[in-house]
Write a protein that binds this ligand. Sequence first.
Ligand SMILES: C[S@@+](CC[C@H](N)C(=O)[O-])C[C@H]1O[C@@H](n2cnc3c(N)ncnc32)[C@H](O)[C@@H]1O
Length: 399
Amino acid sequence: MNELKIEKLDHQGRGIAFLDGKVTFLKNALPNEIVLGKIIHSSKNYNIGEVVEYKKKSESRTKAFCPYYNLCGGCDLEHMTYEDSMRFKKEKVENILRNSKVEFPKIEIIKNESPKEYRNKLSLKVKKGTIGFYEEKSHSLIDIETCPLAKKSINDCLKKLKTLKIQNGAITVRSNWNEEVLLIIQTNDQIDFKIENFSNVKIVGVVQNGETIYGNNFFYERINGFLFKVSYDAFFQINPYVTPKLFSCVINCIKKDNVVLDLFSGVGTLSLLASKSAKKVYSIEIVQNAVLDHLENIKLNHITNCFPILGDAFKVISKIEKDYDTIVVDPTRKGLSEETCQFLLKSDVKKIVYVSCNPMTLVRDLKVLVTAYKIEKFYLLDMFSFTHHVECVCVLERR
Ligand SMILES: C[S@@+](CC[C@H](N)C(=O)[O-])C[C@H]1O[C@@H](n2cnc3c(N)ncnc32)[C@H](O)[C@@H]1O
């Protein structure tokens, strides 16, 4: 056991201390705390420790509200106040930008007005009848009956999942603005689904291994005044409180008569919203059902100037007509490819709006893009409250 002083936090919100000069990461430890720590993993360059006792606690320490917090690998900032978690996120993004020597304007912070009960999707594992989340960096499953970050409709559903009598597999629970619930199940077991076992849960569909076994394989989501069909395997932003603000940050950059290309467009959320001010919107998305939803969403919302394309954005971008002047990109955590960044540099696109859920890949791509573009606006949105994850919107204008 070693007495350790926590100096600062790393990007995952873990405390950093130094043991005989070697950097040591400790979960659930805050700057200026003094702890007794046990080293549970040691490598050439760093140690991973576990706090056994807090000798001196930080004033910003608060009691975690999740009963599984110390076990579950899901969230990692519940031991600090919401305000401190936001300060941590801002400093983290600023440090990543500064370390990469990328010049950036003042970061505008957009908070989550409901930092608990916000998630509209939970993905659970099932092992030998236990339904839950993995312990951090482990394959042992914690039996979860509630997740304080998820919407009430999802928690009501969680309590009934055992009635499905699944032994092994995975269950995703999704819920929309109307508290309707879609169950997406991967299992080779016989599912014992009875709607009467889900009293007080508005189940609209159950999908097993891609086959609809009850109701529909989609639901509708309502956001920013638009209605969207969302198939079981199509992406939708997970936070209904922050998503409208995220969409507004993007849409406010689109001017009348802009021709927009929306890369990684999902069911067409940003395309449809942009179509109100833009002349035309092209989009590229790789998931077939998402593109089919997009086509239906165009009709549902009486839009006439959106043109979705099914395909791999990294490959299709160089093949489509180049009459767009504004690009919106909202890639997965992997970010853009080197070739796509180079393609954008050589294009005469005036504006790039980069939406990112991973600041590391965002900054990697910005380092290339800033050679021809200037960052005009930078927003940090608290899409994933009480976890170390952040959502960023970066608006780049051609120099
Ligand atoms: C973060 S989501 C953004 C969706 C949309 N902008 C929204 O906010 O609803 C990323 C999307 O990129 C899609 N995607 C992933 N890889 C892709 C690729 N190589 N080409 C095109 N789309 C891709 C995913 O299916 C997903 O719909």
